[in-house]
Design a protein around this ligand. Structure first.
Ligand code: NAP
Length: 477
């Protein structure tokens, strides 16, 4: 399998530009260099922001039916190039082939949803005479594009998490400057070509690559940027918030997701689903299943089946079609997760399977005998690592899932509607999935976190709301 990319340029003001430095991008399994990308200097970032700023008025006035057609074409082009783009994701992110193909398929839908959303961005009338001061007046509000959106994205979904910002921003009539993760910039550059071919005018969509501390910081602090849409880790999110000044922001941050398994759960469905939820993309998903609370009456049976199912996972080179678990993004991250496992074991945890690391590859690891204060439980692991915890009462389990600084998504397996509703009521999170795990997501649902998991929501329609301003119009006859 080969990727036909070498020195990749940056998309700035409708032109593909070079710069002084090159950043090598490696295959995360073999370590082989697959391409170099030009690193944006301050001058290039300045040009990208200026281009977006200049392109905004024209794009925001482009009729909705045209924005629809362009986004729909982008969706079709992604579908046509699914295998080629999946290969880029697979190699630069180390994501198993089937999940890389799945990510492209989701981005096809995200752009399709964005195209559709472009046609239904509207306000509503306001009953002015509800106030005595409003009698005899007519009122309504419009939604207008905010201007330049800066999209700063992580490595773990280099296409679909970019699509979640780019699609809605373009649908709403905004211009963009995208800074992808430095470890996975090739997919973003390829998306630039797709959008160009789809007909996005020059300057409306710009891609600049470079470190968060330089390129990320320059776009965060630029006063011409009206909105920052960030997905990444909580510390970086907080740093951006401190520097952004008076800008709109959306923050999609981390989680240490929990799922509860009640005795009435259908184990034949729950066990394989929980295994996929813990280990897909080597656990590097913000809603990966990390804390698994199992009722003590079924804990023995569940654990046996869970370990058996985990044993079946094929670990190795993600380009192989039957690979389930590939490498982590870098060896430092794999070592960090390995150290957390060792620390937990020193404090009394038991490794039921896994715990082994070879370079960037951490084998799927299941821990038991864990305690809530262990790092593997109370911090975001972001690794192929799940901890099983036996609970006595459902109320205890819900309290433990909720006892987290994060609040992105949680899962509950139960067919008892009272228990399901109790969990929905008590868990302070952006989403509670009944008879599924924390990992469930489709791309049009509202998605985002509470507490340290973030601010605002994505999911195309909801992202459009975050990327538009309300303009109130009052008419006095
Ligand atoms: P990260 O280290 O926070 O990086 C995310 C992006 O921010 C990268 O493009 C990074 O650039 C950039 N960045 C770093 N420092 C910056 C700064 N000072 N100013 C501006 N930008 C800066 O996150 P990651 O390791 O790529 O991704 C993993 C994290 O993302 C996890 O915590 C995960 O839970 C979270 N996540 C959340 C969601 C969600 O929807 N809630 C989805 C996926 C991932 P460089 O690459 O150059 O450092």
């Amino acid at each position: 399998m080969t990727v036909s990319v070498k020195n990749r340029r940056l998309l700035v003001g409708g032109a593909w530009v070079e710069d002084k430095e090159l950043l090598p991008v490696i295959d995360k399994y073999t370590g082989e260099g697959i391409a170099n990308v030009f690193v944006a200097s301050r001058e290039t970032v300045e040009k990208a922001i200026a281009a977006a700023h200049a392109a905004f008025p024209g794009w925001s006035r482009t009729p909705a039916h045209q924005r629809f057609r362009i986004l729909e074409k982008a969706s079709r082009l992604l579908a046509q190039h699914q295998e080629e783009i999946a290969t880029i994701i697979c190699r630069e992110a180390g994501k198993a082939w089937k999940y890389s193909m799945g990510e492209v398929a989701r981005a096809v839908e995200t752009f399709q949803f964005s195209a559709e959303e472009a046609k239904r961005i509207h306000g509503e009338t306001v009953p002015m005479d509800a106030s005595t001061a409003g009698e005899g007046r007519m009122g309504f509000y419009l939604r207008s594009a905010v201007g330049v959106v800066a999209a700063i994205t992580p490595f773990n979904f280099p296409l679909n998490l970019v699509a979640h910002k780019v699609g809605p921003a373009l649908a709403a009539g905004n211009a963009l400057v995208l800074k992808p993760a430095s470890t996975t910039p090739l997919t973003a550059v390829r998306l630039g070509e797709i959008l160009e071919e789809a007909g996005v005018p020059g300057g409306v969509f710009n891609v600049v690559v470079g470190s968060g501390g330089t390129v990320g910081d320059w776009i965060t602090t630029d006063p011409r940027v009206a909105k920052i849409s960030f997905t990444g880790s909580p510390p970086v999110g907080e740093a951006i918030l401190r520097k952004a000044g008076l800008k709109k922001v959306t923050m999609e941050l981390g989680n240490n997701s929990g799922t509860i398994i009640e005795p009435d759960a259908d184990l034949a469905a729950a066990v394989p689903r929980c295994v996929v939820s813990a280990f897909a993309n080597s656990g590097q998903v913000c809603i990966s299943l990390q804390r698994l609370y199992v009722h003590k009456s079924i804990a023995g049976e569940f654990t046996k089946r869970f370990v058996e199912e985990t044993k079946k996972l094929k670990v190795g080179n993600p380009v192989e079609k039957d690979c389930d678990v590939g490498p982590m993004i870098d060896e430092g991250e794999a070592r960090r997760a390995e150290a957390w496992i060792r620390e937990a074991v020193d404090e009394g945890a038991k490794v039921l399977i896994g715990g082994k690391r070879e370079g960037r590859v951490l084998y799927p690891t299941v821990l038991a005998n864990v305690r809530p204060e262990m790092k593997v439980m109370c911090q975001e692991a972001f690794a192929p690592l799940v901890s099983l915890y036996e609970y006595e009462t459902f109320e205890d389990a819900v309290r433990m899932v909720e006892d987290s600084p994060y609040g992105l998504q949680a899962g509950v397996y139960t067919n008892d509607i009272r228990k399901a509703l109790y969990a929905v009521d008590r868990i302070n999170a952006g989403g509670v999935m009944i008879n599924d795990t924390s990992i469930f997501r489709v791309d049009h649902m509202p998605y985002g976190g509470n507490k340290m998991s973030g601010l605002g929501r994505e999911g195309v329609r909801f992202a459009v709301e975050e990327m538009t301003n309300i303009k109130m119009v009052m008419i006095k006859p």
